[in-house]
Structures are given as C-alpha cells and as structure tokens.
Design a binder for this molecule. Structure first.
Ligand code: NAD
Length: 375
C-alpha cells in the first residue's frame, strides 16, 4: 500500500499528518511511504528525518497524489485536488463534512473512500484514533500558555518582603477535552480556577482537578450519545450569560472552548460582559475558527477592546506546539491503519458495516455512504 503525505497548504497550519517515527512504523508494516518535500518544515522535521525513517521524499505533489492508495493530511483537501487521486484510493483528514457538501460530492464523484477524522466515534476502541481529542488536549494547554504570556500578572500566589501577590483568576467555560487540559495547566502554574459546563459530569471532572465549579440551574441540558453537549435554548443561554458575567468580571483570564460539533459555536460572552471586565484581562476563544464563543473575536487575530481587554482569536492553538501536535495526529492516523491492517495482504481490510468505519467513512465506491450526509 502506498501512502502519500502532502505538505499542508492552509495558512496558519503548522502540523504534518505524519512524523518520521510513525512513518517508520508504516514502513515496518510493509507500506511505501512518500512525503512531499518540506511537509515537516513547520513542525521541525527535516526531509532527511523522514528519509532516515524509510520514507521517500518527492517534490512532485501531483504524482504523489495520483499514485497513492491512501492520502493522509491534516486539513481538508481543496476541491481542485480531489480529482488527482486515483479511483478507489482512500483519503483521511479533517473534512468539516457538515459545512462542505461540495467537497463531499467531489470525493464521491472521484470514487475516493473519504474518512472524516471529526466523525471518529467516541468509543473506547476508537479513542486511539480520535484526532479531535488529541488536538483539543494540546489546544487547551496552549490556551493557558498564550494567556499567561499576555497577562501582566503572575499566575501563582507569591508572598515576599515587598508584598503579597494574589494568584491569577482563571475562568474556563466548556470543560471538554480542551477545557480539562486548560484547568490542569492553569492549576499547575498556580492559578485559582473556576469552571463551567452545561454537562454535570464535566463539572465533577473539573472539581477533581481542583477547580471551583460554577453551578447554574439551566434545567434539562444533557448530551448526545457521542458525549457532545446539546444546543441550549435561547432562554437557557441567556441565563448562562447572566450568571457567568459575574465570574468574568472578576477573572484575569477567561478561556472558552464550547465548539458544538457540526454547528456554529454559541456566543457565551457578549460585548457588555467584556465591557465589565478589568483592564489587562485576557480572553482566549478556542472556538474562534467555528465562529467564536465571544462577541468581538476575530479569527487569527488579537483584539484589544476600548476598556483594555485582550481577545485572542489565534487558531488553531495546537499549532503553537506543532511538533507534539503532529506526533499525536500521526499516531491517530497510524492507529487507524493498524486497526484495519491485514498483514497477509499487506493492505487495509475494509468492511463498511464495522462500527468505526460506519461512523467515519463519508464516501465510498462512487457515492456518499454516510447516513447523515446522504441527503
Ligand atoms: P466540544 O469541543 O464540542 O465542547 C467543549 C465543551 O464545551 C464540552 O464539554 C461541552 O459540554 C461544553 N459546552 C457546550 N456548550 C456549552 C455552553 N453553552 N456553555 C458551557 N459549556 C458548553 O467537546 P469535546 O471536548 O470534544 O468533548 C466533550 C466530551 O466528550 C468530553 O468531555 C468527553 O466526556 C467526551 N469524549 C469521549 C471520548 C471517548 O469516549 N472516546 C473521546 C473524546 C471525548
């Protein structure tokens, strides 16, 4: 099986879909691994590192796409490149399938088997292939580091002869994978952390990490069978905003992480709440690429409001630690390949009735096969 790793082309994207260590694993399985020259540049992997791992380097992207049985990348491919893959080949990446009907249509038309990493089921078996989680974990860490660098205060409490400095107050809204890592990182640095989530179990997890849980009675909230939060009603969201506003006003740092998979991110912090926050405080909006949780977020930018609050919309923040993000992403890819590997045939064995494949394969055999996207 021939695997091709093209260089990522989306601006701000620093990750590579495969790192030398995992390329070595695939070569050991019996795969031929071809990597586009400079694919690892922004995550600090040189072409020579891939070559030492057994991969081949090419400068001919079109040829790489055309001859591969599997193309793996981080970001969705441009529609213009889909036709370059051969019929029956596989494509794996984040595909943003809810917002990309044209792309899905062209993958189907090209006869490509397209795997959407976002659709990986949230089961124990598929956990090792879950790139949303592996990347969110690092984004949560980076959000705290980014905020820490911008805050003109220190995180830990410090008692010195010159006076006592109180610990930074961090408020984390959305305690999923990213939020939990943000809490853990902020606690390690000595901050006082408060957290809110619409899911009761998420608040218990926050408490177990030493955060104070903000409890707001929103009535029925719940989650989906995949562990995602359900969308709140406008009334519930309004109640949440009012209760949160008090905590925001007292916080040095607010980190928002509520993405609501497949839908536009909910606005959790409105302009009037930002206006009541103190000068020098920092908001990091991890949902910036999906529309943002904060009124005033501009994706890929940092904004300083009239009252001196900094809103950070830099994204994706996992790219700040691109080497580790690539390492985890590529492990997710290799775990997927290994899971379906047939050692005798030296290729992947495909049965679309498999629970994992049923969930993440969007197109196959010239058509859209995933129930949610057929229409
Ligand atoms: P996400 O990125 O969609 O959302 C982040 C968090 O924001 C979630 O905890 C969500 O409940 C919360 N949220 C949504 N709307 C909100 C609102 N209005 N106010 C405050 N918070 C809000 O979710 P995620 O982090 O990718 O995953 C959520 C959960 O899924 C995880 O905490 C975990 O329990 C579960 N999960 C399970 C597996 C598995 O079983 N393999 C893998 C990954 C995640």
């Amino acid at each position: 099986m021939e695997i091709f790793i093209p260089k990522e082309t989306v601006p701000h994207e620093r990750r590579a879909a495969l790192v030398p260590d995992t390329a070595k694993k695939l070569c050991a399985l019996g795969c031929k691994v071809v990597v586009e020259s400079n694919a690892g540049n922004h995550s600090d992997f040189a072409d020579s590192d891939y070559e030492a791992a057994g991969a081949q380097i090419t400068t001919d992207r079109s040829a790489g796409l055309a001859s591969a049985d599997l193309v793996a990348r981080v970001r969705k491919p441009p529609v213009s490149e889909v036709g370059s893959q051969k019929k029956g080949a596989m494509h794996m990446s984040f595909l943003d399938p809810f917002n990309e009907p044209e792309l899905i249509g062209s993958l189907a038309a090209a006869g490509v088997t397209a795997v959407s990493l976002e659709m990986m089921p949230r089961t124990t078996l598929a956990q090792k292939m879950d790139a949303i989680s592996s990347q969110a974990n690092l984004a949560g860490y980076s959000a705290v580091i980014v905020a820490c660098r911008r805050l003109s205060k220190i995180f830990p409490m410090m008692m010195t002869p010159a006076g006592t400095l109180s610990p930074a107050k961090v408020f984390v809204i959305g305690v999923g994978v990213a939020g939990l890592q943000a809490i853990a990182t902020a606690k390690r640095l000595g901050a006082r952390v408060t957290a809110f989530d619409t899911r009761a179990e998420a608040l218990e997890q926050a408490e177990s990490l030493g955060a104070k849980a903000l409890r707001i009675d929103l009535g029925e909230t719940g989650g989906t069978d995949q562990g995602y939060a359900k969308e709140l009603t406008p009334e519930q969201l309004e109640k949440q905003r009012i209760e949160q506003a008090k905590v925001c006003a007292q916080s040095d740092i607010v980190i928002t992480t509520a993405k609501l998979f497949g839908r536009k991110a909910p606005i959790l912090i409105t302009k009037d709440v930002v206006a009541k926050m103190t000068r020098g405080s920092v908001i990091v909006d991890l949902a910036a690429e999906g529309g943002g949780n904060v009124e005033g977020t501009i994706v890929h930018e940092e904004v300083i409001t009239e009252n001196g609050v900094r809103i950070v919309g830099l994204a994706p923040l996992e790219c700040d630690v691109a080497q580790h993000a690539s390492l985890m992403f590529s492990s997710n890819i290799v775990n997927f390949i290994e899971h379906f590997w047939d050692p005798e045939a030296k290729e992947m064995k495909f049965d679309l009735s498999d629970e994992i494949l049923k969930s993440c394969v969007i197109t196959h055999g010239g058509e859209t096969v995933h129930e949610r996207f057929k229409a």
